[in-house]
Ligand binder design. Structure first.
Ligand code: ZN
Length: 225
């Protein structure tokens, strides 16, 4: 379960632990069950969602490109036009991310190969849209290892080590420059989504052992589909 560096930002809602760009996982009521020491949890049961939420999530996930789609390995190009179409795209991606119960989404995950990502790390907070984001500074070896999920890799959780702090320059959907000093979950989500814009997946950032296990889960899911 991703807890380190994630929990502090979610004090208002202890039952929800979002993975960057992954699913928000309802926690068992009345205490947390013992978890495996570390690593993926392939046998973890599906979170119990009410049928309506589950149906909406499935419909959203069906619109998100999943592992094996070459677009996920494509480096996205910079955005030059800041028009209504871009702002509509931001809105659409926000809805899709919400329906999928994710906390971040990159344009490449919906098959659009340009440098746009959206995220929301505080429940009911505003949706953030970053266009052409660049990590200007990171805390480097001041990093932490946390389990991450990904909307493009259903059922996969792997440990990823990332710098805890980043400073990111970007434009918003109106073309105005923004500077973000992010820490913890927000920093992790931004780095995860920028990776998507570079064709990089969490599988590339975890141990060989966890990658093997993740590939097994993905193969099984593809065979079942
Ligand atoms: Zn992802």
């Amino acid at each position: 379960m991703p807890t380190d560096g994630v929990s502090t930002e979610l004090e208002g809602d202890p039952q929800l632990v979002p993975d960057p760009d992954g699913e928000v996982e309802p926690q068992p009521e009345g205490g947390v069950e013992p978890q495996p020491e570390a690593g993926v949890e392939p046998e973890r049961p599906e979170p119990e969602l009410d049928p309506e939420t589950a149906a909406r999530r499935d419909a959203a996930l069906a619109q998100i490109r999943s592992f094996g789609d070459p677009v996920l390995r494509t480096k996205a190009r910079p955005i030059e036009r800041f028009d209504d179409a871009l702002r509509e795209e931001v809105e659409r991606m926000g809805h899709l991310m919400d329906d999928a119960l994710g906390v971040g989404l990159a344009a490449t995950q919906v098959g659009v190969v340009h440098r746009l990502l959206v995220y929301r790390v505080v429940q009911d907070g505003p949706l953030a849209a970053l266009v052409n984001p660049e990590i200007e500074w990171s805390s480097g070896r001041d990093s932490e290892t946390v389990e991450e999920g990904c909307l493009s890799l259903p059922k996969v959780l792997v440990e990823v080590d990332r710098p805890i702090h980043v400073r990111v320059r970007a434009l918003n959907e109106f073309g105005e420059p923004i500077l973000i000093e992010a820490t913890g979950l927000e920093a992790r989500v931004i780095q995860h989504e920028i990776d998507h814009l570079d064709g990089v997946l969490i599988l590339d950032r975890t141990s060989r052992e966890q990658r093997k296990e993740a590939m097994r889960i993905l193969r099984e899911a593809q065979q079942a589909a």
